[in-house]
Every structure is written in C-alpha cells, then in structure tokens.
Design a protein around this ligand. Structure first.
Ligand code: 3NM
Length: 518
C-alpha cells in the first residue's frame, strides 16, 4: 500500500496536445502548477515514443520531487519503473491493476479510472490506492469518455463504496474547473464518504498562468462552497414551525431583502406584487450580466424556466454563478420541465451549471428533475398524479439527499425535504389551481423567506409555503371573493395581512398550519 500521506485534493493530469498546452513548455507548466498548489501529478501523454516518455518523466520528476509532490505515469508501468516515479494511473483498457501492483511493488501509488459502480468496486477490492471517478461533465479534453455520470453518479459510487467498507481514496474528473470545483466536491460527496479531491486537465494545463490557476483551485478545494449548509439539520416539529413562522415573517418584513426574479413572461407583474406583499423587494431583471451586482446586495434569486429561450438560459447560468459565488440562495422552478426536449435539456444544463438551494415544482417537474425516464407533461400543468404520497415522499427526500439541497413537490399535498427531514403540507385552496402563476409566485414567496432565514433553509421554505397557502385559504373564505378573478386581489391582501399581523406580534395565522413531519 502507498504511504498514507498522499494529498489528493488537487490532482493535476497533464496534456501535451496543442489545444490544451498551446505553445507552453510542459515541464514549466507542471513546475508552476506544483508551486501554485497541485498536490499530485499524473503525466498523461498518449503520443510520445517510449524514450521520450522516460526522458520527460524524469524531468517532471525532478520538478515534483523538489516540492514533495508524487508523480504518476498514465498507463505505462515500464515508464514509471524507468523514471523511478511514485506510481501509475491505469484506465479500464490499460494494464490490469494486479499485474501493475506486482511489477511496481506494494509502495507504489496505483490509481484506476472507474466510470461505473462495478468498475469502482472491483478496483477498490483489488487494492487500488485511489479511484478516478467520472466522467463528471462532458469535456473537450477527452472526447471519447464512456459515460457522463454527473455529481449524482459520483455520489452513488461513494455511497456504495462506503457500504462495502472500502476506504479507497477518490478523486473525480471531467469538466472540473474553478467555477464548479467546490460544488462538485459538495454535491459529489456522500454523507458516509467524501471525495478526497478533484482531478483537472485544462483548468490548469490550458491556463496562461498555471501557477495562479493551481493556487486558486487549491484554495477553493480547501474550503466549503459559500452556499454549503454548515450544520447537520436540527429536528423540527409542527410545534416548532408554528411557533417560529411569525417571527421569521416579521424578520423578512423588517429586512426587506432583494428577491431577484428571472421569471417567465406570464407572471412578472404578479410575482413582483406577491414579493411586495410578503415583504421582500422584487427586481425582475433577466440580464445575467448585472446579476453579479445584484447578488452582492444580499438577497435571493428565483430562476423560473417558463417561456424559456436559449438566450435566457445563458442569462440564467450567469446569474446562478453570481449568486453561488456569494452564497445567495437560489430557487429553481423548472416550469414544464417534462414538456419538451428543450426544457429537459434546460434542466440538465442548469443543474450541472450551478447549485440550487431549493428546487420547487409539480409532480411532473420534480420527476423530471429526479431523472425519471418517459415523463411527458402536457404543457406546464402536472396532469393527473401518478405517485402515491409514500412514493412522493421517497422521491422528494432521495432527490434532496442526492442534490444536497431542498426539494419541494407541490400538489394537493405538498412534500418538502432536505434529505433528512421531510414534511407534508396540506394547506391551500382550489382557486390556486384556477389562476395563472400560483406555482411561480409560491417560488417567489419561498425565495423571499429564505433570503431572511438562511440558517435553516428547510424551515424557511416550509414557512414560505405555509404563509402562501394559509393566505389563499383566508382569501377564498372571504365574502367578497366570488371566484378566481376576485380571488387574486384578495390573496395579495391576505399575504400582506399575514405579514402585518406578524410584524405586530400576532402570530395566530400560523395555527392554521396543516404540516406534519413524515
Ligand atoms: N479522463 P478536463 S475525463 C483524462 O472520464 C480524463 O476518465 C476522464 O479534462 C475520464 O479537466 C478526462 O480538461 C479529461 O475536463 C478531463
């Protein structure tokens, strides 16, 4: 077995091809990278002749040895032996692990690429020191990758390795860069087993300043992302929620945080009015280029995928990155996610492009987010429910655990979970289904509350749902409400009234909460 002290946190894989290395000198780039903070290096060169490989490996080894960083050779045990480096990395089509171990001995570091659970389990059982898990995201650096497994695939493999009691080290590879490294470590890790690092090629090798690129990545991988939830979730009962909801709504009203809505053309005005009624300050900017300035103001963001266009998707991705960078809460409303190919692709692009603190949708939308095959929504409505309450609870909590966020599935009974704590909420009124934008403006309400209560985002989201749905019940019960048309203004009034009551210390509205821990 290899020495225990290997630091896998920033694993550099080299590439000598012109599209990546450009006109730079390989040895100089590696020197800069290890000085910047790369903790382990793999020399990967699929084209040079053997004599040249050995020569370059020796030069690289001088550079890595000087800073105490291990050097591995991709695929070629003979080159590793000839250059006297610390080990090899083998792919599934390379020399097998057991033979490599026999040739290199017990102290060599031997890593194996694993694209699937079976490959990972086999390599770990056969004594690999570490696994390279991937491909996380599609990458131009290696076009013939086998399968794109995303953070969900990485996390699943880690969970199973932990269950099998295999404590092999792991890094993940494919499309990792400074914009996503922290999120990939966060969402790719499992509760029982964390990733030990990220492996990158182009993020360092293609950089004009590889030392700075490595230093930036090293700093990023040593810290949790700004949006990470720090502590393990405290238990939460209905009584806690009812007791705390009014003070959270009061805080929202007092803070009046920005609620930035990138929403569809249908609901912009309604969403802005709902934000005002619940106590946040709405801005409806769809320009991704100004999202950085807005994110700095400390509010939350709603990304609503309705009436989407390719241009809007780019703006959504810019805004998502801006809010993720400062830890500003982001709610994703994947409107009509299962309705068209464009929207299914949109869900994938957004979910692999950033972190959503909360994903809110109807049954069809959440099933699409969860990855169910063959979900066909007819338009943006969910259609007839196909899942029992128990199945909804299982799906919502598993998806939240996988994404390490909060998932809210709306319906006659709403189900909401952070992967550990799950609640069913059955407030609301049928009129909400008779007006346009009720789902979208629920997103605005939840995002507004989360902007004011960030310690426990699940609690905040539950309070948002309750405020919204109890206001709907109160509005529908009014004598002046005769149908959906008169319901809308009364509903805005009731949201406002709940806010005013909370501010004045009357929290009785929360007694109407039909929420239970499930
Ligand atoms: N192996 P970049 S992906 C070398 O999936 C390699 O096994 C992969 O390059 C795998 O960091 C990959 O530039 C290339 O995206 C990763």
């Amino acid at each position: 077995m290899a020495p225990l002290a290997v630091d896998y946190s920033l694993y550099l894989v080299t590439d000598s091809t012109p599209p990546i290395l450009g006109g730079k000198d390989l040895v100089a780039v590696v020197k800069a990278a290890v000085e910047g903070g790369a903790t382990i290096v793999q020399y990967r060169d699929k084209t040079s002749d053997t004599a040249e490989l050995v020569q370059i490996a020796k030069e690289l080894h001088k550079v890595t040895q000087a800073v105490g960083v291990p050097l591995l050779i991709n695929d070629r045990v003979d080159v590793a032996l000839a250059a006297g480096v610390e080990g090899v990395h083998v792919g599934q089509d390379d020399i097998d692990l057991k033979t490599a171990r026999k040739l290199l001995g017990p102290d060599a570091i031997i890593g194996v690429t694993a694209n699937s659970l079976d490959e990972a389990l086999e390599a770990a059982r056969d004594g690999a020191d570490y696994l390279g898990l991937g491909t996380v995201y599609a990458t131009a650096t290696k076009e013939n990758t086998k399968s794109i497994i995303g953070t969900a695939g990485v996390q699943m493999i880690l969970t199973e390795l932990a269950k099998a009691g295999l404590d092999v080290k792991t890094v993940c590879i494919g499309g990792v860069n400074a914009s996503n490294a922290q999120r990939i470590l966060y969402q790719g890790s499992a509760p029982q087993k964390k990733l030990d690092g990220v492996a990158v090629v182009s993020a360092i090798m293609a950089s004009n300043d590889p030392k700075q690129a490595a230093a930036q990545l090293r700093k990023l991988v040593s810290e949790p992302p700004p949006f990470a939830t720090a502590t393990s979730a405290p238990p939460l009962s209905r009584a806690d929620i009812v007791a705390r909801a009014p003070s959270i709504v009061k805080r929202l009203a007092e803070q009046k945080p920005l609620c930035h809505n990138m929403t569809n053309l249908v609901v912009q005005n309604f969403a802005a009015n709902v934000a005002l009624a619940v106590g946040s300050s709405p801005i409806m900017s769809t320009n991704g280029l100004e999202a950085g300035d807005l994110a700095a103001l400390g509010g939350s963001l709603v990304i609503n995928m309705g009436t989407t266009t390719p241009d809007m998707r780019s703006n959504h991705l810019l805004a998502l990155a801006a809010y993720n960078a400062v830890g500003g809460p982001v709610l994703f409303d994947p409107v009509g996610a299962g309705a068209t190919q464009q929207r299914r692709a949109g869900v994938k692009a957004l979910m692999s492009g950033g972190y959503f603190d909360i994903i809110k949708g109807n049954e069809g939308e959440i099933r699409t987010v969860a990855g169910a095959q063959g979900v066909q929504q007819h338009g943006v409505d969910s259609g007839a429910s196909q899942l029992s309450l128990a199945a909804k609870i299982a799906l919502v909590s598993a998806t939240a655990a996988r994404e390490r966020n909060i998932v809210l599935m709306t319906g006659r009974t709403d189900v909401i979970s952070d992967g550990e704590r799950t609640f069913a909420i059955s407030n609301g009124h049928a009129y909400l289904g008779e007006i346009t934008g009720s789902g979208c403006t629920l997103g605005t309400t939840v995002a507004s509350v989360v902007a004011a209560e960030r310690e426990d985002k699940l609690l905040a989201a539950v309070v948002g749902v309750l405020m919204y749905e109890i206001a709907a019940e109160r509005a529908a019960a009014r004598a002046d409400v005769k149908g959906p048309g008169t319901f809308v203004p009364a509903f805005i009034d009731e949201l406002f009234r709940i806010r005013q009551e909370s501010v004045s210390g009357d929290g009785s509205w929360a007694q109407a909460a039909k929420v239970e821990s499930v």
